[in-house]
Design a protein around this ligand. Structure first.
Ligand code: MG
Length: 203
């Protein structure tokens, strides 16, 4: 499986990164070695001094597909969860300045923490999902899928024009504003609506 991550899908986040709001989705890929599950602790990597959290809604792909049209895209995901796109912001800044790919900043081991998944029928209106991240019990990020620049269906359609989806692939749908750093000892908890989805430590 692979993990496809959307960048800049919330205009307030693009603004805080001093990045332009994109005309089409921006995406990158993390390998399966990036997965961090079961609320296992995240071990702070030695190659960064500025590790950031980015809380995102994650879709689990349930059908094989390529060049999927937007009107059929909702058939390709059946479950929704939350994930944290861990980012070595200092390395990413260097990559951006040099025009280099982002893998060392984004695709490293355990850089994709994911929650259990919930059948989408249980969540109601997917275009109005509230989610939030707390660091040590203090809310640091709040998002609502209503604020996405590109809808879930648009993202599936766009990405699948370039990269086929397989069953079990994960799509991180972008982070809202409020990204920030973590340090060893921090505890991250994430909620989808009122459901506790993630609860783990930075070690
Ligand atoms: Mg992200």
């Amino acid at each position: 499986m692979k993990i496809i991550c959307i960048g800049r899908n919330y205009s307030e986040h693009a603004k805080e990164m001093s990045s332009p709001v994109p005309d089409v989705p921006v995406f990158f890929i993390k390998p399966d070695t990036a997965l961090l599950r079961n609320n296992n602790a995240f071990y702070y990597p030695s190659f960064t001094n500025d590790l950031h959290y980015e809380l995102e809604v994650v879709l689990k792909i349930c059908r094989l597909g390529k060049s999927i049209s937007e009107r059929f895209a909702n058939r390709y995901y059946s479950e929704v969860g939350l994930g944290i796109d861990f980012t070595a912001r200092d390395l990413q800044k260097t990559c951006k300045e040099k025009g280099l790919p982002w893998e060392i900043a984004k695709a490293f081991d355990y850089s994709a923490a994911v929650s259990p998944f919930i059948p989408k029928e249980e969540l109601g209106d997917l275009t109005n999902l509230e989610f939030r991240l707390e660091k040590n019990g203090v809310v640091v990020q709040r998002g609502n899928t209503a604020d996405m620049l590109f809808s879930f269906d648009k993202l599936i359609s766009y990405v699948s024009g370039y990269v086929s989806f397989r069953i079990g692939d994960l799509l991180f749908t972008g982070t809202p504003a409020g990204v920030g750093s973590v340090v060893i000892g921090d505890r991250l908890t994430a909620y989808l609506g009122d459901r506790l989805m993630l609860d783990f430590l930075i070690r």
